[in-house]
Design a binder for this molecule. Structure first.
Ligand code: SF4
Length: 433
């Protein structure tokens, strides 16, 4: 979502004459878009701000040129006052629900004064109503944010405090953005939300649609060849969404469905509000509807109170589900969340040992999944030139990175490729003659 937000921030600044640069030395303004989901996020921000301060001072003393520094995103939201206090050389502090006000904040900048202009409100207005249209094409595969915030309050998670309450964009706003993206060469859309399948937006006739219905409507749009969504919550899987996975050809057979733990005791302590059997039933139903459905997940090891038995349940769940890929982390207390003050914190060494065991299992599953595609012909969306000379890179239906000769197709094409080699992280393909 931060990738999407960063692009939208660039859209808001484009009318002021700002263009993007990937060289920080060139920048008149540096925006750090931050994430607060994991430990040490704010330390990283302060260390980066220290580096930028030296750069700003050198710029001023040697070139008599100013450089504005903005901090955006969830660290700005959660620790804006602290940033203003500890880093008075920061000029703008803006939260994730207020970045549509960037032009207004930038217009208030005064190089002669110290201290930041700040907006970390959760505004009553919908920021999407205020964002300008995209100032540049997003490429063949683009993100589209449909839902933000969360009301679920998992006990480890900071999102409900930084992104705010659950909000669903109205149907028209989403469809309009999708049409604009498709008109400028995008063929694959990934719908984004902290709880994307909890989306329930207002349609033009005033009725409320659920997420499955939105997928059906998007699938009707001219030019849409692939559709994905992330991140979903097991509680929000609903009948029409299961149907969509069977009936919508553009909906890719790959779902990121975090479970976090395989222990019912820990799932309850996390306030996930479902048990492992409910998760198994969802996976079974998805795979019953589409035999080629692959699943990825998120796991937290070492949640407060996690016993060896609980951890064994997680390994057992992974063995049952068989993941195509997964993200896994050691639990880190997030300030202000209920689990952070739990006195059953797990020793770091135990967490590290469990994480190593869990990642070994997940890695072997990812390798097995990738190797299962050897000799198969699959459709690959060509996304960009590859880092390696003479090659292009694209994505399989299952989000695998695929490399192949640059002679094959054009960026934005979907081409059939035969998979000739597989590693843990990518596949190599050849044109089918
Ligand atoms: S559902 Fe997701 S975003 Fe919401 S509190 Fe739980 S982990 Fe955080």
């Amino acid at each position: 979502m931060n990738v999407y937000d960063s692009a939208r921030m660039a859209d808001t600044l484009a009318p002021l004459g700002y263009v993007e640069t990937d060289k920080v030395d060139d920048a008149d303004m540096v925006v750090i878009n931050t994430c607060h989901i994991r430990e040490k996020a704010s330390e990283k921000v302060f260390s980066e701000l220290g580096r930028l301060r030296r750069m700003k001072e050198t710029r001023q003393s040697e070139q008599n040129r100013d450089m504005s520094i903005a901090v955006a995103g969830c660290v700005a939201q959660a620790e804006g006052e602290e940033i203003a206090r500890r880093a008075p050389w920061v000029d703008v502090i803006v939260g994730p629900q207020a970045y549509h006000t960037l032009p207004e904040l930038v217009s208030k900048l005064d190089p002669s004064s110290r201290g930041a202009v700040m907006n970390t409100d959760f505004p009553v207005e919908d920021k999407f109503d205020f964002l300008p249209e995209e100032h540049a094409p997003r490429g063949p595969a683009a993100f589209l944010s449909v839902q933000e915030g969360c009301d679920k309050f998992c006990t480890f998670c900071v999102v409900p405090y930084t992104r705010g309450a659950e909000f669903s964009r109205p149907v028209k706003s989403i469809i309009d953005e999708a049409k604009r993206l498709l008109a400028t060469g995008t063929v694959e859309l990934t719908l984004l939300g902290q709880n994307v399948n909890a989306w329930h937006g207002m349609a033009v006739d005033g009725s409320t649609w659920n997420f499955g219905r939105l997928l059906y409507a998007l699938a009707e749009l001219d030019g849409l060849k692939r559709l994905r969504y992330v991140t979903s919550h097991p509680l929000d899987m609903h009948d029409l969404l299961f149907d969509a996975h069977v009936e919508i050809p553009q909906l890719m057979p790959y779902l990121h469905l975090p479970v976090q733990s395989g222990s019912n005791r820990i799932l309850e302590a996390m306030n996930r509000r479902h048990d492992r059997d409910a998760y198994f039933k969802i996976i079974e139903r998805l795979r019953h509807g589409r035999a080629d459905m692959a699943v990825s997940g998120d796991f937290i090891v070492g949640f407060p109170g996690e016993s060896d038995r609980d951890f064994a349940d997680t390994l057992n769940l992974i063995n049952e589900v068989k993941y195509a890929s997964a993200y896994s982390f050691k639990y880190s207390p997030r300030p202000g969340t209920p689990a952070a003050s739990d006195d059953m914190q797990i020793d770091e060494a135990v967490k590290s040992e469990r994480l190593a065991g869990l990642q070994q299992l997940l890695t072997s599953q990812q390798q097995a999944f990738n190797h299962s595609k050897l000799d198969q012909v699959m459709d690959v969306l060509i996304e960009r030139p590859a880092n390696r000379a003479g090659q292009k890179a694209g994505r399989s239906p299952w989000m695998q990175a695929v490399h192949f000769s640059e002679d094959v197709g054009q960026i934005g094409d979907i081409v059939p490729l035969k998979i000739v080699s597989a590693t843990q992280n990518s596949l190599a393909g050849q044109a089918v003659i």
